[in-house]
Design a protein around this ligand. Structure first.
Ligand SMILES: NC(=O)c1ccc[n+]([C@@H]2O[C@H](COP(=O)([O-])OP(=O)(O)OC[C@H]3O[C@@H](n4cnc5c(N)ncnc54)[C@H](O)[C@@H]3O)[C@@H](O)[C@H]2O)c1
Length: 353
């Protein structure tokens, strides 16, 4: 085990919301420093570097890796670049923190995990939503046994009207999919985390592009630029017999806010749910029988920590020198399930994992 003692020298790839959040989160730690940032937007790179005190900027991730002098690469680029950047970085001896989804598909995610094992590097996926205050509270309620065995759970992230997805998000090659791989992967992560990482054995998925292309056409724009689903649903079965439902949309007619996120857990002793609209964290509702009658307790969650905790835990893992439990497996499990849901939607059949 090699303990790392000097501050970690971090290079961040990507200058969007995610990249900037990575850079801010590393810079906030005493034992890490962002020494380089890479991205296509030269003006933005200069502004981020100036704001956060980052000494070097590069137009492309390859230039940043070629320049050397890094211990860590933090990836916040379009999904299709996650695998090539991570593999090149790990082969160059660097540890990797990668935005969700780990990769555009399960095959690429598996190649990344295999590379982490071969090169003995840390590979972690950013699943920041599991650090929300309401998720932490739900995890505590589940962990204390308050719900008994959870046999049915639902998670949804529904955006009612998000046709104006930016840049690469609706491009199949760059993104690997639409709201399922973008938002659904967060909800899947939260469900699996809350249920203690159950093994998912079979899935059925459906995808639709019912509204977004129509809307583009009505605007006189090319509907063919919309290459992914605008709504997806999935049914997952676990080895323990639980059923999980997943929903994600960028466009849907329904009783949703522009950002509408919900989780419902149903167990043998109780149930719990949370609904968050437009990022305003709602309370956690817990359902039990009291004196033989249905009762509801409403509990206020604490503040969430998001990327700050993901980055802190990643830095701790790298510095510990004990890397065997940090090879990207959680990201791979989620990528396999998302890919299986897409395969099921394509083939119209259930897929066994
Ligand atoms: N965890 C979260 O809450 C969260 C939120 C938003 C986005 N994300 C994820 O973060 C990633 C980026 O999303 P975004 O919204 O920031 O995207 P974005 O389009 O705003 O930014 C992408 C960045 O990648 C850079 N890039 C592209 N090709 C490059 C290259 N060859 N070399 C160097 N840089 C290159 C672009 O210049 C740009 O700065 C995606 O994987 C997305 O799923 C996660």
């Amino acid at each position: 085990m090699v303990r790392v003692t000097a501050p970690l020298r971090v290079g961040v790839v990507g200058l969007g919301w995610a990249g900037r959040t990575h850079a801010e989160s590393f810079q906030a730690l005493p034992d890490a420093e962002v020494v380089a940032i890479a991205g296509k937007e030269a003006d933005l790179a200069a502004a981020v570097a100036r704001d956060l005190g980052i000494p070097a900027t590069y137009p492309d991730w390859t230039d940043m890796l070629d320049a050397g002098g890094l211990d860590v690469v933090s990836i916040a680029t379009p999904n299709s670049l996650h695998m090539p950047i991570a593999v090149a970085a790990m082969k160059a001896g660097l540890h990797v923190l990668c935005e969700k989804p780990l990769a555009s598909d399960a095959e690429q995610a598996a190649a990344m995990v295999a590379c982490a094992e071969d090169t003995d590097r840390v590979l972690e996926t950013v699943f920041n939503h599991r650090n929300r205050g309401d998720m932490a509270l739900l995890r505590q309620i589940v962990g204390e046994g308050g719900l008994g065995d959870i046999y049915y759970a639902k998670a949804a992230w529904m955006r009612r009207r998000n046709y104006e997805v930016r840049g690469w998000f609706a491009n199949r090659d760059a993104a690997g999919g639409g709201p399922l791989i973008d938002l659904g992967v967060h909800m899947l992560d939260m469900l699996l985390t809350l249920l203690g990482e159950p093994e998912v054995t079979r899935v059925t998925g459906s995808t639709y592009a019912a509204l977004a292309p129509q809307w583009l056409q009505a605007q006189g724009r090319d509907p063919a630029t919309w290459q992914v689903e605008d709504l997806a649903t999935g049914m997952l079965h676990t080895a323990g017999g639980a059923t999980l439902l997943l929903e994600a949309s960028w466009a849907v007619h329904g009783p949703y806010a522009d950002d509408d996120m919900s989780i419902h857990l149903h167990g043998t002793r109780g149930g719990a749910s949370v609904r968050v609209q437009d990022y305003v964290t709602g309370p956690v509702r817990v359902y039990h029988d009291v004196a033989g009658r249905p009762a509801e307790v409403v509990v206020a969650p604490g503040k969430g920590t998001g990327h700050a905790t993901v980055v802190r835990d990643f830095v701790r893992a790298v510095r510990s020198g004990d890397w065997a439990q940090h090879r990207g497996h959680a990201g791979l499990v989620r990528s396999k399930i998302i890919s299986a849901l897409y395969e099921s939607a394509r083939k119209g059949t259930e897929i066994r994992l």
